[in-house]
Ligand binder design. Structure first.
Ligand SMILES: Cc1cc2nc3c(=O)[nH]c(=O)nc-3n(C[C@H](O)[C@H](O)[C@H](O)COP(=O)(O)OP(=O)(O)OC[C@H]3O[C@@H](n4cnc5c(N)ncnc54)[C@H](O)[C@@H]3O)c2cc1C
Length: 372
């Protein structure tokens, strides 16, 4: 069996690792260059993502990811001013268990060992399902590639989905979130100690700020030497502990830079929090457009399928859903490749499970699209 994956994001690379580990011929075509564009700085990984990474990655890769995550997340603290000082005054009802992964490092780990099967600067444009049962993919440079299965892992603007499920529309909810990160060394020392491994939320004068701290459980360079010496990427040496933060924005303000806008909003909060935004890495401050894909009725299974944001978007946990899809599709394709089931039945079974578990709850606004 040969599988083409479109998109070297979280879902596509997790799937490629899983298929390759099972001895299946897989190739990944990625629109961006090898350094790519920033895909966010940190990722909250829950049980779904952890299970997928353990199942799809070689043990050394999984060991590297787990060694360099932040500590297990506890509660979500409510921060407020008490006698002029920022203090934890309670906890939110909703806990989100999991650990923080540094996204550039996770991506570098996912790419390690796939260098010979990932083709960069290769924007996919269309596919053709051929009479002999194979699928041919076409790329912007005029090249083509042919396989038994084509997987669209090409994110919320998916070109594979546009052709495969042309009736599906991504709806802009009008909501926006500014997100950024600040090196821990630049933050008032009391704040990281106050937050610990918890999440935190602060509110004031109509502004809400969510925060968390990523302290690498093991520094990435020695962890790499122990687990994955083949990992040669700047993400290992550049990594340092940081505070990540998010500020919902009522509406877009054309012309206002993302970091400037974040600083204006944080000025409504305690000065300690204002300083967190002031001292952030400006280039890493991004505005996200919050979109949703309305749940859709089932479609017939074919040799073209979709994973991750290409087919469902989810606020703050879309990466976990993408990795879970990759895990489940890997299992289905391996089962079919070994003769355990018919290929279309395997893909149909994967899609039924994905619709059942990932479309649930999408009647509320969901998802995040970078680049507002
Ligand atoms: C700032 C930020 C913070 C987030 N935090 C979290 C979090 O804490 N936890 C969580 O679970 N989720 C989080 N998410 C959501 C998560 O990032 C996404 O749900 C996840 O990246 C989806 O993975 P994916 O593989 O489906 O798509 P993506 O990661 O978007 O990857 C798609 C890939 O396809 C490529 N591509 C696109 N079009 C083409 C084409 N035509 N041809 C070839 N390649 C193409 C893209 O360049 C990209 O590399 C966050 C998102 C952002 C932006």
């Amino acid at each position: 069996m040969r599988v083409i994956v479109i998109g070297a994001g979280l879902g596509g690379l997790t799937l490629a690792q899983g298929l390759r580990g099972a001895g299946i011929d897989v190739v990944v075509h990625e629109r961006d260059g090898a350094r790519g564009r920033p895909q966010g700085i940190s990722l909250h990984v829950d049980d779904r993502g952890t299970a997928a990474l353990r199942a799809c990655l070689p043990p050394a890769h999984a060991g590297m990811v787990e060694a360099t995550m932040g500590g297990p997340r506890g509660s979500t603290l409510q921060l407020s001013e008490v006698d002029g000082e920022l203090a934890a005054v309670g906890t939110e009802d909703k806990a989100r268990p999991g650990r923080q992964a540094h996204r550039p490092l996770l991506r570098a780990v996912l790419l390690t060992g796939l260098e010979d099967v990932v083709r960069f600067d290769a924007p996919f444009t269309r596919f053709e399902q051929r009479p002999d049962g194979t699928v041919r993919a076409w790329f912007a440079d005029g090249r083509t590639d042919t396989a038994d299965v084509l997987v669209g892992a090409d994110g919320v603007g998916s070109a594979v989905r546009r052709q495969h499920l042309p009736h599906v529309r991504v709806v802009d909810t009008g909501k926006r979130v500014l997100m950024g990160a600040t090196p821990l060394r630049a933050v008032d020392t009391g704040l990281p100690a106050l937050i610990g491994d918890n999440a935190a939320v602060a509110r004031g004068r109509g502004t809400t700020m969510a925060l968390g701290v990523l302290r690498f459980a093991q520094p990435p360079a020695p962890a790499r030497d122990r687990w994955l010496p083949a990992l040669r990427d700047r993400a290992v040496t550049d990594a340092e502990d940081y505070v990540m933060w998010a500020l919902p924005v009522a509406r877009e303000r054309p012309g206002a830079g993302d970091w400037r806008r974040a600083r204006e909003l944080a000025a409504d909060l305690h000065p300690t929090l204002g300083r967190v935004v002031d001292r952030a890495w400006p280039d890493l401050t991004v505005a996200l457009r919050v979109g949703m894909i309305p749940p859709m009725p089932a479609w017939p299974a074919t040799t073209v399928t979709l994973i991750g944001d290409a087919v469902h978007v989810a606020p703050g946990f879309g990466g976990n859903l993408a990795m879970r899809d990759a895990h489940r599709l890997r299992d289905a394709l391996v089962h079919a490749a070994r003769g355990g089931t018919d290929l279309l039945a395997a893909i149909g079974g994967y899609e039924d499970g994905m619709r059942r578990d990932s479309f649930t709850g999408l009647a509320v606004p969901a998802g995040a699209e970078p680049g507002a």
